[in-house]
Design a protein around this ligand. Structure first.
Ligand code: ZN
Length: 320
């Protein structure tokens, strides 16, 4: 059943090993970006916890069936992404007292706290009490985009599992099944732009926001090579209120320059206006600059600083 989850071999191996050795973690934290599949993976852990089969989750026992349908009475999903209230201090206290009640049907009971980064400090402290002395047979699965939003004391009590995007080529393949009816080029672009994030790529196909990212990236690349610093800033500004799209767009710009660079080394160069305005070394530098910007944004650098930094770095790499 675990094999149905794409990529993430390391996370799956961690989980499978734990179940085989009978060392069941009582609290797991799944960290990964939105759309990476944290909730799906949390459901798999929950299914494994309640499963009555041999290889957990077996996928065939009645517990697994109910777990995957989302109707197992011993699995509760509390979604902090839907409403912050769902994970406020009162909600956590209620979870705490219900956790001490025996499971209904299975041997274990699972609480999935999705988007746990939305918990207040007070709520986290309330949760800490139950993590410190978990009732027998209770498993907590927390998900978050970035562990830095959680208290150190919480982090020290959970098994951390990273949920990564699969490679873009695998994402592209999966998209054909998940979102049929699009062109090959579109699948490739979506997998590329969203860096293999299946959830976000599938949701974006055929969406106006997706075209905006792809067209925006072309305009940014053009402004970088042919325009002034002001032109470049202006094109970047189209994404100032949407950090996720901005990052997706930058990944696409990076791919455009990486592609230009590849073409420079082909024996028969296909020189378009963009490619002839820039040297191989400059392409390489721009790819590195964008990569650095993406990493800084990962560490919470905001849009204003990132865009100004990008402009000055790109323009100086091009000696313009
Ligand atoms: Zn089962």
């Amino acid at each position: 059943m675990l094999q149905a989850f794409y990529g993430n071999e390391k996370a799956k191996a961690t989980l499978a090993l734990g179940w085989k050795g009978g060392r069941l973690p009582h609290a797991v934290l799944l960290e990964g970006e939105s759309g990476a599949g944290k909730k799906t993976f949390a459901r798999l852990i929950a299914a494994a916890a309640v499963c009555s089969g041999e290889e957990r989750p077996c996928g065939v026992c009645r517990h697994c069936a109910k777990a995957m349908e989302g109707v197992h009475p011993d699995i509760r999903l509390i979604d902090g992404g839907e409403s912050a209230k769902n994970l406020n201090v009162d909600a956590i206290r209620e979870i705490r007292s219900s956790a001490s009640v025996r499971p209904n049907e299975a041997e274990r009971k699972v609480y999935i706290l999705a988007d746990a980064q939305n918990m207040t400090v007070q709520a986290q402290n309330a949760l800490l009490k139950v993590l410190e002395e978990p009732p027998k047979g209770v498993v907590f699965v927390l998900t978050c985009e970035n562990r830095s939003a959680l208290l150190e004391t919480i982090l020290s009590r959970v098994t951390l599992v990273r949920i990564e995007n699969p490679p873009p080529a695998l994402c592209e393949q999966v998209l054909h099944e998940l979102a049929p009816g699009h062109g090959e080029e579109e699948y490739r672009l979506a997998a590329d732009v969203f860096d293999g994030n299946i959830g976000r790529a599938a949701a974006s196909l055929g969406d106006a926001g997706f075209r905006r990212i792809v067209d925006g990236a072309d305009a940014i690349a053009k402004a970088a090579v042919q325009g002034t610093e002001y032109d470049l800033l202006e094109q970047l500004a189209a994404f100032e209120n949407d950090k996720d799209s901005f990052r997706a767009c930058l990944r696409r710009v990076k791919a455009v320059f990486a592609d230009l660079l590849r073409r420079k080394y082909l024996p028969e160069q296909r020189r378009d206006a963009l490619g002839s305005g820039i040297s191989a070394l400059q392409c390489e530098r721009i790819v590195a600059i964008i990569e650095a910007a993406l990493q800084m944004m990962e560490q919470n650098m905001g849009y204003p600083l990132a865009s100004v930094w990008l402009c000055s770095q790109i323009k100086s790499a091009l000696n313009r």
